[in-house]
Design a protein around this ligand. Structure first.
Ligand code: AMP
Length: 131
């Protein structure tokens, strides 16, 4: 079971932003920017491009709605999207609010936000999320 499957199962806490039958979104614990969110399929698949065509299509639409909620909550020019997957072997899309191109550089220092602020951001994204 991956760490992200344990999050979906509620065995590990997360700052939940949105959920559907097949997908789950939660704040990245080491955010590049306030509102940096991960979107994952509940089905455990390591490599993003091993997901089925249908899963990728549905996941991208789910991520779109999460990104729209993030944009309402976190002031930014656009929400950027990236797929890396070099650290956690459970497919995920990063959604990062951007003020500039450099905000999507994963070599950047990560923000350290208080748990209360992380929870507040997640609550706001969750309240703005509409499937
Ligand atoms: P990567 O697999 O390279 O796309 O990176 C995995 C991402 O997952 C990193 O940005 C981590 O900060 C994030 N991450 C790892 N564990 C957790 C967790 N328990 N909760 C939230 N985010 C996590």
């Amino acid at each position: 079971m991956t760490i992200f499957s344990k999050i979906v199962a509620g065995e590990i806490p997360s700052y939940k932003c949105a959920e559907s039958d097949n997908f789950y979104a939660f704040l990245d614990i080491n955010p590049l920017a306030k509102g940096h969110t991960l979107v994952i399929p509940k089905r455990e698949v390591d490599y993003f491009f091993d997901l089925t065509d249908r899963e990728i299509a549905e996941m991208q639409v789910f991520a779109k709605h999460v990104a729209q909620a993030i944009k309402q909550v976190c002031p930014c020019i656009k929400v950027g999207q990236a797929v890396l997957g070099l650290e956690v072997p459970h497919a995920h899309i990063h959604l990062v609010p951007m003020q500039s191109e450099g905000d999507l550089n994963f070599a950047n220092a990560k923000l350290q936000l208080a748990p209360e602020e992380m929870q507040e951001i997640a609550n706001k994204i969750s309240a703005s999320f509409h499937a």
